[in-house]
Ligand binder design. Structure first.
Ligand SMILES: [Zn+2]
Ligand SMILES: [Zn+2]
Length: 438
């Protein structure tokens, strides 16, 4: 071994020993490394500190306050009508520094993504639906019923377009959804806090151009027509505090989008699966793939063309299956027509937006979640709930409950076991819970 090599090896061993020694002497009380260890890190950048580990580049829900001038957008669904575990269908959550939150589309599977964010459901009471394809509102029922169960103590409010006939509008779809849940609702009314089990619909004219459909608390949401499948679909813009978010829902490239999304901060527009993949992976014929991939939806090249015109601070492409063998092709095709800032969205991608910066990260979420914290106090069922909520339903909910036939099927032997649970609760909480008479 040469002298130089010997010196190098000796220095390395000494440094390693110093680091190992000092690593064991981090001041546990403060949770911070000592000054000595900080010097060691300066010598060897390969040794992480606990502080550094906390600053990893991900978003952990409920761990960051939004600044008063900041907007946060979270993708809660970026996929397709063909369902898959890896991606829910269309849904984007917008959170503002003033505390307001808005959902744009509520596609199949997205309610599960939303629940992972552990946001109190009272704050998730506003949903804007761009069009009535299942992959854009398939989870509305889950947000309606499940959201109430998990603590929404106010009606769910839905905004969506009308159509060329009453049966093609949002109000009709929501009324039928509510009717679909007649049995579900009838089984709960009178037993639980029922304030969250109602839906308000705000249907607006799909042909209105850049029309204000919501304006509260400094937030303005506008609608403009989209071109997709049938008359009816719309796109939305949300403006607040000098920031502009645009959500396309689904649309073939159109003049309204180019006009009203121009220069926005974050622009979300569909970017459909590339035509060759529609044939190879989805079993389309070439003829079908060409029509669906370029005429009904927006091809990656067309997405790029729109963004090159709009020049957003960040272009967000969604509505394709983002896999190891599809992402590069989508990117390459977009880049034939667009060279600006780009996010290829996937579920739980997060954008923090202020006037100076757009930070893009992924959220790291908990899958085994329970109900999130409550934002308002729960209440016992109110007298008159049944009459109040029976309105607009096709059955008289007052006549609900078990028939004598079903009542007679109760197995009395289980009462003793159940009584024990009542006694346990009475003891634990210091008040008497009476076992119901059968
Ligand atoms: Zn659609
Ligand atoms: Zn769609």
């Amino acid at each position: 071994m040469t002298t130089i090599k010997r010196v190098f090896v000796a220095a390395s061993i000494t440094l390693a020993a110093l680091i190992i020694y000092q690593w064991g002497h981090i001041d546990g009380r403060e949770g911070k490394p000592s000054i000595v260890i900080a010097e060691s890190i300066a010598v060897s950048s390969s040794v992480p500190s606990t502080v550094k580990a906390r600053e990893r580049d991900y978003y952990s829900p409920n761990s960051e306050d939004l600044k008063p001038d900041e907007m946060r957008v979270i993708a809660c669904g970026t996929g397709m009508p063909t369902t898959r575990a890896a991606q829910a269908a269309a849904c984007f959550l917008v959170e503002l520094g003033n505390g307001d939150k808005f959902l744009f589309d509520i596609g199949s599977g997205s309610a599960e993504r939303i629940s992972s964010l552990q946001i109190p459901y009272d704050y998730l009471d506003k949903v804007f639906i761009g069009h009535l394809h299942a992959d854009h509102f398939g989870s509305l029922g889950e947000l309606f019923i499940g959201g109430a169960l998990m603590g929404r103590q106010k009606p769910l409010r839905v905004w969506g377009p009308n159509g060329r006939a009453p049966e093609l509008g949002t109000a009709y779809a929501v009324q039928k959804l509510k009717e679909m849940y007649t049995w579900d609702l009838a089984g709960r009314v009178g037993l639980v806090d029922f304030r969250g089990y109602s839906i308000e619909v705000n249907e607006f004219d799909y042909t209105a151009e850049n029309a204000v459909i919501y304006q509260v608390n400094g937030v303005t949401i506008r609608s403009f027509p989209a071109i997709h499948s049938l008359d009816g679909p719309v796109s939305f813009s949300l403006e607040w505090n000098g920031l502009k978010f645009v959500f396309g829902s689904d649309s073939y490239p159109n003049k309204w989008f180019v006009k009203y999304a121009k220069d926005a901060d974050l622009v979300v527009h569909e970017c459909f699966v590339a035509v060759p993949d529609l044939v190879a992976k989805m079993g389309f014929t070439p003829e079908q793939a060409l029509v669906v991939g370029t005429q009904i939806h927006t091809a990656p090249e067309a997405f790029g063309k729109i963004m090159q015109e709009i020049k957003p601070r960040m272009a967000v492409a969604y509505h394709f299956f983002k896999d190891f063998d599809t992402t590069a092709a989508i990117n390459d095709r977009i880049r034939t027509t667009y060279d600006g800032p780009l996010s290829l969205a996937e579920d739980f991608m997060v954008w923090n937006i202020n006037k100076d910066d757009i930070r893009v990260r992924m959220a790291v979420v908990e899958e085994h979640t329970w109900a999130p914290p409550l934002a308002s106090k729960p209440a016992l069922p109110q007298k008159g709930d049944t009459e109040k909520y029976s309105k607009g339903m096709n059955v008289d909910m007052k006549s609900m409950g078990y028939s004598d036939f079903i009542k007679q099927g109760r197995w009395a032997d289980v009462d003793e076991a159940n009584r024990g649970i009542y006694e346990e609760a009475s003891k634990a909480l210091g008040r008497k819970f009476e076992y119901p008479s059968q």
